[in-house]
Design a protein around this ligand. Structure first.
Ligand SMILES: NC(=O)c1ccc[n+]([C@@H]2O[C@H](COP(=O)([O-])OP(=O)(O)OC[C@H]3O[C@@H](n4cnc5c(N)ncnc54)[C@H](OP(=O)(O)O)[C@@H]3O)[C@@H](O)[C@H]2O)c1
Length: 225
């Protein structure tokens, strides 16, 4: 993988590309900016169309075309609807650590057979679509409107946890450091196969749990076959 966790966890050094500038993408981008990261953002079209919105909604983020944002980034956040994911060229994400914030939501996404089958967590399908990337699932199990107000400094007894799951240990460690810096206790899960508990229908989805509570659910959930 291109990212080097040990040298890139200092906030100022890490450039994050957030793909998708809607409800989830803007909340994640603001959290990253406030934690000291460099952030670029893209949507489905010309960055000039995003500039005004970004100036108000995520000041400090840089609007870019998706391919430029990813090319410059140490870490990529996918925050677009799953039914639009097929528009992202797998070659673009090759060698990148990629945060998957996405959930399969049929009323919005329609019927997508690979996700609708429900025989494995959605991020496993995403990993299969982008075999050259290290996919890490996080941010998906909290509502966009809770992400910022629920942030707490390390050691605060009310601090909540966020699950951080992936098949690549270095990628998980990098993203866990980002989650911690943003204001959550990361609860790492060493496989995307074990993430049904944190997606729609799972007990952690939308539940706003402490790390201990989340760890219990993560441990109690057997990987989906
Ligand atoms: N809403 C939540 O509370 C929440 C929480 C956690 C996770 N999520 C997940 O996050 C994902 C996005 O949800 P959302 O609620 O943020 O949706 P949203 O508000 O509808 O925003 C979607 C964003 O994706 C962009 N987009 C669409 N196609 C794109 C493409 N091909 N390339 C780059 N950007 C593209 C859209 O840009 P254009 O307008 O230019 O098309 C828009 O900025 C979903 O999978 C959702 O399940 C949502």
């Amino acid at each position: 993988m291109s990212a080097e966790p040990t040298s890139l966890t200092a906030a100022g050094d890490l450039h994050v590309a957030v793909i998708g500038a809607g409800k989830a993408g803007t909340a994640v981008a603001r959290s990253l900016l406030e934690a000291g990261y460099r952030v670029s953002m893209s949507a489905s079209g010309d960055p000039d169309r995003l500039s005004l919105m970004i100036g108000f909604v995520t000041p400090g983020a840089e609007p870019k075309w998706t391919h430029d944002a990813v090319a410059d980034a140490d870490l990529v956040v996918l925050a677009l609807p799953l039914h639009r994911l097929h528009t992202i060229d797998p070659a673009l994400l090759e060698g990148h650590v990629v945060i998957d914030t996405m959930n399969y939501w049929p009323p919005v996404d329609g019927e997508i057979p690979a996700f609708a089958a429900g025989d494995r967590p959605s991020s496993e399908v995403v990993q299969e679509m982008f075999p050259g990337a290290a996919v890490v699932k996080t941010f998906n199990h909290t509502g966009y409107h809770h992400l910022e107000p629920d942030r707490r400094p390390a050691g605060d007894p009310r601090r909540l946890g966020l699950a951080v799951a992936g098949n690549d240990a270095d990628a998980v460690a990098l993203v866990a450091a980002v989650v911690d810096r943003i204001g959550y206790d990361p609860v790492t899960v060493d496989s995307l196969a074990g993430t049904a508990f944190m997606q729609p229908g799972g007990p952690a989805f939308g539940a706003r749990l402490t790390a201990a509570e989340l760890r219990e659910l993560a441990g109690a959930t057997a990987p989906v076959a």
